[in-house]
Design a protein around this ligand. Structure first.
Ligand code: ZN
Length: 306
């Protein structure tokens, strides 16, 4: 029987918790609202204790989480939230709640989990270099090369890249507490809600608002191409479900590239190049299971306190 993996997809509004076999078969799953760690951690412990009692001992945990979070396995703070403005989360560590199980814990960002899930069994199969971007409550990108997610001294923060902002066209100042009108400040879900009072899906026609957001996101798409030359770009998250947004993003990206990059990957119209997630909303939890599976076979720092 395949070993059991405890998987967590931790997002800004909800946590998805799952107990799965390492082959991906989900045995138990639940969702809890994202609150403070003092409120969430007991629910997480209770779920995995109950699921483990019902199905057998958990062999490893895989976590794809919002951040900023320390994802360097060589760091003593591996799995610890760093500078997040979310109340209570700065300094919280997944090992505090999962260390009691005494098994390996793999922690990565939500988008690094999702890009792994999409590479293994979704829209990124067969790609050597793959980028997965979420545009939802926040914006972030995971870049995978030969199945390994890339990072520097920390995970990437693609949501906070500066983007050209014509205030005559779009006077909204942006909501990022650090930068105001960075990409996330202008194009994430909260920016759309605060600027226009409703979600982009409700504003999809006429297309001018969709085109404005597509133009901002295209700056990231172009930057990803120029910096990483991925074989494919996957765009997921709540905002990307807006009808017409992915086609508008393809058009704006192709226009901005202006024919400079010639490669078979960049098909005319970018219909094969820029796509939605093949796993839909399951990309994150599928990736978390994959992270846990890797924790079974790859050494991960194990000196977490019990
Ligand atoms: Zn920012």
């Amino acid at each position: 029987m395949a070993p059991l993996i405890g998987a967590i997809e931790a997002g800004g509004t909800k946590f998805v918790l799952a107990l799965a076999r390492s082959d991906g078969t989900v045995l138990a799953e639940t969702r809890i609202a994202t609150r403070t760690p003092a409120e969430c951690f007991p629910d997480i412990a209770a779920f995995f204790e109950q699921a483990g009692a019902a199905h057998g001992p958990i062999a490893a945990f895989g976590i794809g989480s919002f951040g900023p979070i320390d994802i360097d396995p060589a760091s003593p703070g591996y799995g610890t939230f760093t500078t997040t403005p979310k109340p209570g989360w700065s300094g919280a560590r997944y090992h505090d709640v999962l260390g009691r199980f005494g098994v390996p814990i793999a922690v990565d960002t939500d988008v690094n989990g999702a890009v792994l899930g999409e590479w293994e069994s979704g829209a990124g199969q067969g790609c050597r270099t793959l980028a997965y971007t979420t545009v939802g409550t926040g914006i972030g990108t995971g870049v995978l090369r030969d199945g390994v997610s890339l990072m520097g001294f920390s995970h990437f923060e693609s949501g906070h890249i500066p983007v050209p902002h014509d205030r005559a066209v779009d006077p909204y100042a942006g909501f990022c507490p650090y930068h105001g009108d960075c990409l996330e400040g202008l194009a994430a879900g909260p920016a759309i809600e605060r600027r226009w009072g409703q979600s982009l899906s409700k504003l999809a026609s006429p297309a001018d608002k969709v085109d404005l957001i597509a133009g901002y996101v295209a700056q990231l798409a172009v930057s990803l191409i120029l910096l990483h030359m991925p074989d494919r770009l996957i765009f997921g998250g709540g905002v990307m479900k807006t009808p017409g947004l992915i086609p508008a993003l393809r058009k704006a990206t192709e226009a901005r590239l202006a024919g400079y990059i010639k490669a078979p990957q960049l098909d005319p119209g970018l219909e094969r190049y820029i796509v939605g997630p093949g796993l839909g909303d399951e990309a994150g939890i599928t990736g978390a299971v994959a992270l846990g599976r890797r924790a079974l076979t790859q050494p991960i720092r194990a000196d977490y306190p019990a």
